[in-house]
Design a protein around this ligand. Structure first.
Ligand SMILES: Nc1ccn([C@@H]2O[C@H](COP(=O)(O)OP(=O)(O)OP(=O)(O)O)[C@@H](O)[C@H]2O)c(=O)n1
Ligand SMILES: C[C@](O)(CO)[C@H](O)COP(=O)(O)O
Length: 227
């Protein structure tokens, strides 16, 4: 079965507050996106890699690729005004019609190869595979009138990426008007009435978002390199 991965990195990283968008910041000396592309390439060099970044950044990215002698083949696609639009652009650019696509945040460079592998296997069987992890903390639900209530945390999961799908289905699912609940791809798929299958993610697979995440990311990269 043919496989693609769409790495979305069309955002501006405002919460990071860095002088350059967070997806280009270095971890262990290498831009974040190069780490993420490398993990997918290592899982299977036949995976078609689509990298979605803002159109204005194409020249900058090409300079980075030259500077770091980055050789992993990938296609650049222009991002949109929201993650939903960026994913839509990315899945439209895949060169084949039938197969699987893993949609992944470009700023999650610490995804385990085994999670990616399992996501493709489960999506081949079930149509979808979404990486999640259990909560370690207790949680409370807030209400509009200022109250808060206990929640049974065993019924909740934190959602990560990759979110891997049958390509035909997810392309169809994205042919809808964007809704506020579409904070990820599983919600878009589910909107069609299709059941989302969950798989276990890895806890280190953080979405690099704020400056303190960069310190943890350096630690994780050191730990990985020292393995
Ligand atoms: N228009 C957008 C917005 C977000 N993303 C991507 O979606 C992922 C998750 O989004 P987030 O972490 O919120 O990234 P940013 O939007 O860049 O961050 P911020 O909200 O702090 O500006 C990131 O890889 C981001 O680049 C995207 O492809 N296109
Ligand atoms: C897709 C995602 O990373 C799953 O946890 C998350 O929903 C992205 O949210 P953001 O607000 O776009 O960072």
């Amino acid at each position: 079965m043919q496989k693609a991965a769409v790495l979305v990195a069309g955002g501006r990283g405002t919460r990071m507050g860095a002088p350059i968008s967070k997806q280009y910041l270095p971890i262990a000396g290498l831009p974040i996106l190069m780490h993420t592309l490398s993990v997918f390439h290592q899982v299977d060099s036949a995976i078609e890699l689509i990298l979605v970044i803002p159109k204005d950044d194409f020249a900058y990215w090409n300079e980075l690729c030259e500077k770091f002698q980055f050789q992993i083949p990938h296609q650049l696609v222009a991002g949109g005004n929201s993650r939903f639009q960026s994913v839509k652009n990315g899945i439209s650019a895949i060169s084949f019609e039938e197969g699987l696509v893993a949609i992944h945040d470009g700023v999650r460079p610490f995804v385990n190869e085994s999670v990616i592998q399992e996501s493709f296997e489960k999506a081949a069987e079930k149509g979808s595979a979404v990486a999640v992890i259990a909560l370690k903390d207790s949680i409370r639900k807030l209400t509009d009138d200022g109250k808060n209530f206990y929640q049974e945390r065993q019924y909740f999961r934190l959602v990560q990426t990759p979110q891997t799908f049958d390509l035909k289905r997810i392309r169809k699912a994205f042919q809808v008007t964007e809704l506020p609940q579409f904070t990820d791809d599983a919600t878009v798929y589910e909107h069609q009435g299709w059941e989302v299958t969950l798989i276990s993610g890895n806890p280190e697979n953080i979405k690099i978002t704020t400056p303190e995440d960069m310190d943890y990311a350096e630690y994780l990269a050191e730990r990985k390199n020292g393995r």
